[in-house]
Design a protein around this ligand. Structure first.
Ligand code: AMP
Length: 420
């Protein structure tokens, strides 16, 4: 038997009501902040991600699903959405329509990571990008939106971490200070961190090694070397979060994996999902639009992992989804009435009722069992003497009450079902 690829997951009918619930909250919250949906292709030219995310990042360095098409162009399944959104923003000059372009998405991402709980090779994210303003209020908006979504889902065990990476100039100065500090301690660092010392020194802060963490404890802090503008913006973010009653922690080690971040970065962490505990991450990326060939344009955004959020919801039992029960199951009393039942079901379905019936020529008893199994609200009996008189019998499955209704009084039947 052929099985699904490691690190991918089927979304089965039992799971989909939870997803739909999440998606409806995501869409509702984005609407309240006036964000509009964008969908981009599943694959892009590899160079988009190499340039946009950065050659020295884990994603570009080892996690991308890259292949050559028949024209020998290198293509990549998108590992994240921001580069694709910015490509679309530049390509369609979206900025000329609106000075601040607010976009949201729900889409599948692909990364060749080692699969484990909360870490997949195809996973789904929702997220938002606001392009066209350097206002820290938009950074706050990102945190408010992601916070509203996870709390609307009922999640409680959450920590919001924020940090500022400064503008590239202050960050470069800081990287030099860090390099100076770590230079004679290199041989004590873990192998991964020794590599990062040369390629992406800030990422050393991501290290889980206790030895590395000990060395980093006394390292100079980026926060102490921020430029004035980043510092002032960071103060505004903190003040607005406090006014919105969103508690946060400043985490100087929150450097995030991608090269394109400037100024604010943030993450929402859950204590109910195990090692892969980041539900959502984002931040400002003022340089990406020009890096990808557009006019210099400031921007900010975030992305959240749907599987991980739903795992947290399950562990916290944060919401219950009502059953998707069927409105009517039609029980056919005579086998000859198959076509009549089909046509009647069609009429009811056009009135927005969910309707099902038997396709296996089963007995009346078996059809009743099926109606129960499907948790139908009503059963409609068609056939027998009643049918001769153009009547049918409607049974309310909860109360057990039965009522005769003329087959020609469709409106009456529909209003009964909708109102009871
Ligand atoms: P990132 O794009 O790496 O900042 O990730 C944003 C969010 O996507 C994370 O906080 C996770 O919730 C989710 N995520 C990232 N990578 C994976 C993965 N391999 N499997 C499942 N979820 C992921």
């Amino acid at each position: 038997m052929i099985k699904a690829i490691k690190g991918t997951k089927d979304l089965l009918p039992v799971d989909s009501p939870r997803w739909k619930h999440l998606e409806s909250i995501v869409e509702k919250v984005f609407k309240t902040f006036n964000y509009k949906e964008i969908r981009t292709p599943v694959f892009e030219e590899t160079s988009l991600f190499a340039r946009g995310i950065g050659e020295d990042t884990d994603i570009v360095g080892k996690e991308m699903y890259t292949f050559f098409d028949m024209g020998n162009t290198s293509l990549t399944l998108k590992p994240e959405m921001t580069a694709s959104v910015v490509r679309a923003y530049n390509e369609h000059s979206l900025g000329s329509l609106q000075p601040v372009t607010k976009l949201y998405y729900i889409a599948s991402m692909f990364r060749q990571e080692r699969p484990q709980a909360g870490r997949l090779r195809q996973f789904n994210q929702f997220g938002a990008e606001a392009i066209g303003s350097s206002s820290p209020l938009l950074d706050v908006e990102m945190i408010q939106m992601s916070y509203n979504i996870v709390t609307d889902l009922g999640l409680k065990d959450l920590t919001i971490k924020i940090n500022s990476l400064g503008v590239p100039k202050s960050r470069e100065n800081y990287k030099n200070l860090l390099r100076e500090y770590l230079n004679d301690k290199q041989h004590d660092l873990s192998e991964d961190s020794r590599k990062r010392f040369d390629t992406n020194i800030l990422r050393i802060f991501d290290s889980k090694s206790t030895g590395d963490q000990k060395i980093l404890k006394d390292a100079p802090k980026l926060m102490d070397h921020l430029d004035d503008e980043s510092r002032a913006d960071f103060e505004i973010v903190k003040e607005q979060l406090e006014k919105s009653h969103i508690s946060y922690e400043v985490d100087p080690a929150l450097v995030r994996g991608l090269d394109y971040y400037t100024k604010l970065t943030f993450e929402i962490i859950s204590s109910s999902v195990g090692a892969q505990n980041a539900l959502c991450g984002g931040g400002r990326y003022d340089l990406l639009i020009e890096t990808l060939g557009g006019k210099p344009t400031p921007a900010t955004g975030f992305a959240a992992g749907i599987e991980r959020i739903l795992l947290a919801c399950e562990n916290e039992k944060s919401f219950t989804v009502p059953d998707e029960s069927l409105d009517i199951y039609i029980v056919r009393l005579d086998k000859t009435l198959e076509s009549v039942v089909m046509q009647f079901a069609d009429k009811l379905r056009k009135q927005n009722l969910s309707v099902d019936f038997d396709y296996l020529q089963r007995s009346v008893k078996a059809q009743m069992r099926e109606a129960n199994k499907m948790n139908a609200k009503f059963t409609l009996f068609v056939g027998g003497d009643e049918y001769e008189q153009e009547m049918t019998r409607l049974k309310n499955m909860e109360s057990g009450k039965e009522e005769k209704i003329s087959l020609n009084e469709l409106d009456k039947l529909v209003s009964k079902i909708k109102n009871e």
